[in-house]
Design a protein around this ligand. Structure first.
Ligand code: URA
Length: 333
């Protein structure tokens, strides 16, 4: 540790995180315990000073779905925003200092499910910035399927690339009329590289069957986010922004007649709104010029069987909208 950093640490002013370059070059001045990891897990901006107020309150595990259950299963909650609280001596978990590493030891890097790209801006780079920082690559909006899939699998546009096993690009009929869009890969999807492979995926297949559709037959399935957020946390807005060009390109290539947004997160991300899912259901919206119908996420339906009938209503609206779009398309020919 440089002399001035240890002096800062003495004063309690040392940064809680310092990360530049690749994972192995990462250095953390303060190691967080598991509970401390919760404290920072959803933080959108780095906390520069150990004693800073405004740290995340620990998320109560009583309100969380069991481990491995996607965030989407928490659909009925009106807000999944991280809970912020002023840190007070009584209720704020204290960041614990790790013993300084021996000179020949690798610096401690807390397993906090979260890594900061402190050298990247929160917003996606503009074209001009991108050109100056990256080797020239064709724009995402020009890629064909093969190039797009390759670009996604090599993507390092946000921190989610660090912990993924596989990117989850999308699956199904690339000329489908129906495009279903979920939130982000969960653990199983991350392992297998395919969207909706768990229990929620089975329910989704049944929902499709009820419409005489099947995964891969006139249906293409993708997610807003292509990499698994660690611990199934909510994707951050900058992660959505950095991933969106891939989804936009998928929509442009599939040219679906209809998009079904699965769950609140997908709906809000596509429609750029914070409106509740109940207010978004029952109407036809638009994304990239394509009609969008919003319904509950299958993971939520697994836990709230009573809402399956509402979801069926949504699917009927989707089918009517698809038929109408097909009829209009035929009339235009
Ligand atoms: N939930 C999603 O939203 N997408 C998946 O691929 C899996 C679970």
């Amino acid at each position: 540790m440089a002399l001035h950093e240890s002096a800062l640490e003495e004063l309690g002013l040392a940064p809680m995180w310092v990360r530049r370059g690749g994972a192995h070059e990462a250095a953390a001045e303060l190691a967080a315990s598991d509970s401390d990891a919760d404290v920072v897990a959803n933080e959108a901006q780095p906390v520069e000073v150990a004693s800073a107020v405004g740290v995340e309150a620990p998320v109560s595990h009583e309100t969380q779905p069991p481990a491995g259950v996607s965030n989407a299963a928490r659909e009925p909650l009106e807000s999944r925003e991280p809970v912020r609280a002023e840190a007070t001596p009584a209720d704020a978990p204290q960041a614990r200092r790790a013993p300084p590493p021996a000179a020949d030891e690798a610096p401690p890097f807390p397993d906090d499910d979260f890594a900061w790209f402190d050298d990247l801006p929160a917003a996606p780079p503009s074209d001009a910035e991108a050109k100056s920082n990256e080797p020239a690559q064709p724009g995402i909006d020009t890629l064909d399927w093969t190039a797009l899939e390759a670009r996604v699998s090599a993507c390092e546009r946000c921190r989610l690339c660090e912990r993924r096993t596989n990117t989850v690009f999308g699956v199904g009929d690339r000329e489908a009329d129906w495009m279903l869009i979920g939130e982000a890969p969960g653990e199983n999807e991350d392992k297998q590289g395919e969207p909706f492979v768990g229990q929620a995926g089975k329910l989704l297949d049944n929902m499709l069957r009820s419409l005489d559709l099947a995964r891969g037959t006139n249906v293409y399935i993708a997610n807003v986010i292509k990499c698994r957020p660690p611990g199934n946390r909510n994707p951050e807005p900058d992660e959505v922004a950095r991933c969106e060009p891939y989804l936009q390109r998928q929509v442009a290539l599939v040219k679906p007649k209809l998009i079904v947004a699965l769950g609140r997160f997908a709906a809000q991300s596509l429609l750029k709104t914070e409106a509740s899912i109940s207010s978004l259901r029952g109407r036809v919206h638009e994304y990239e010029g394509v009609p969008v119908v919003v319904t509950y996420h299958p993971a939520y339906l697994l836990r709230s069987l009573g809402d399956k009938s509402k979801s069926w209503q949504d699917l009927c609206l989707a089918r009517d909208t698809w038929r109408k779009a097909g009829a209009e398309g035929d009339a235009a020919k």
